[in-house]
Design a protein around this ligand. Sequence first.
Ligand code: ADP
Length: 246
Amino acid sequence: MKALLEVSGISVSFDGFRAINNLSFSIGPAELRAVIGPNGAGKTTFMDIVTGKTRPDEGRVLWGEKSVNLLRMNEAQIARAGIGRKFQRPTVFEDQSVAENLMMALKAARAPWKVLVWRPRPADHARVAALAAQVGLADSLTRKSGELSHGQKQWLEIGMLLAQEPRLLLVDEPAAGMTLAEREQTTALLVDLAKTRAVVVVEHDMDFVRRLNCRVTVLHEGSVLAEGSLDHVTADRQVIEVYLGR
Ligand code: ADP
């Protein structure tokens, strides 16, 4: 099957330091992938390149059936092309309700150029309710977001990203700071989302990666060190050396 995102041979240097070094990566249209690697491995820089925040010095980043060159687009164009990114810290509007936050996200997705005149229609309210249900917040629509638990705020933000109907979702350490029950629910959410879109989860927590039960890409010094099931990559001698310093 054709990849949704095809990254080949990208490199980028900062002041002579190669943060990304000849990295290739591809993901299918309905695939869940964990990207792991020690601090400084290049995980953030990789996501910055895919989302257009950082431009690589070399390499290619191709998107979708038509292999569109993402390196010709800016961040906003890439987001509109269908790539959503969730940063680690939730950035919801705390004094607004869950429904209001989702409606704002829908407004931004539906009418990015005429934000002041857009009025929600009944279908938009239904969409907000559906988004809330999708991320486990159906019973919290009228609650102020500031009253939500940390985990619920993370889900709300994922719901806000889903308003843009991304075909690829990049999620940075979604389980950090969550309770066990929240982590389980987050696992189920990510697995469910990856049935209909590509989801890349950047994660430090190996226990959480195990729960995701998906293909894993290990980054080290800006390159792919190993790829495969978690059992496969954790049995890899080079991966063991990198993680345990042996
Ligand atoms: P990770 O997310 O895996 O911890 P990063 O992508 O943040 O790794 O960083 C990879 C390397 O690139 C690190 O050594 C980091 O210090 C360096 N780096 C990242 N961004 C910049 C930048 N804007 N300027 C200089 N060095 C950077």
